[in-house]
Design a protein around this ligand. Structure first.
Ligand code: 4NP
Length: 156
C-alpha cells in the first residue's frame, strides 16, 4: 500500500506544493490516511513559502498553501516514501539519477494516473495557474481512486 507519497517538481513553490495540498484535502475528505509531502529538484527557493500567484489561485479553490516551505529532494526520500511522483520528464530524470541502488519506492510521472496529459506544465513560466490546478485535481482524484482500489499485488 502506498501510504507515503512525495510530489516533486523543480522549485517546490508551484506544482508540487499544490499537488500536496490538493491530495491532502481529497484524502482528508475521504477519510484516507496518507503521509503526503513535496520537494523540488532545485535549491533556489529553500525555506520559502509557495509562489504568491500559485497560493492565490489555490486559495480561491479552498487550498491553503501558506504553511508549506520549499525543500530539496534527497536520496533519503527514497526510503521515506513509497510513491514518488514527478511533475515532468526533467524532474523524473533527476530522480532516476538520485535513486539509491536497491530502492523499492515506486517512481513515475504524476500524469501517469491521468489520460490526456504527459506532464504538468510549469505555471511559473506559463502563468496558467488555474490550468495547473485543473490538471492536478484530475490527477489527484485518479491517484486516490487507484490507491483505494483493491489490488492483489499491493502496488499503487
Ligand atoms: P515549480 O515551478 O517547479 O512548479 O515550483 C518553478 C518555480 C520556480 C523556478 C522554477 C520552477 N525557478 O527557477 O525559480
Amino acid at each position: 500500500m502506498a501510504d507515503r507519497i512525495l510530489f516533486v517538481c523543480l522549485g517546490n513553490i508551484c506544482r508540487s506544493p499544490s499537488a500536496e495540498a490538493v491530495l491532502r484535502a481529497l484524502a482528508l475528505a475521504r477519510g484516507h490516511a496518507l503521509t503526503i509531502d513535496s520537494a523540488g529538484t532545485g535549491d533556489w527557493h529553500l525555506g520559502e513559502p509557495p509562489y504568491g500567484p500559485m497560493q492565490r489561485a489555490a486559495r480561491a479553490r479552498g487550498y491553503d498553501l501558506s504553511a508549506l516551505r520549499a525543500r530539496q529532494v534527497s536520496a533519503v526520500d527514497f526510503e521515506r516514501f513509497d510513491l514518488i511522483l514527478a511533475m515532468d520528464a526533467d524532474n523524473l530524470a533527476h530522480l532516476e539519477r538520485l535513486r539509491p541502488p536497491g530502492s523499492t519506492a515506486k517512481l513515475c510521472l504524476f500524469t501517469d494516473y491521468t489520460e490526456g496529459a504527459d506532464h504538468v506544465p510549469d505555471p511559473y513560466f506559463t502563468r496558467d495557474f488555474d490550468g495547473c490546478l485543473d490538471l492536478i485535481e484530475v490527477a489527484a482524484r485518479a491517484l486516490l481512486a487507484r490507491l483505494e482500489a483493491p489490488r492483489d499485488d499491493g502496488q499503487p
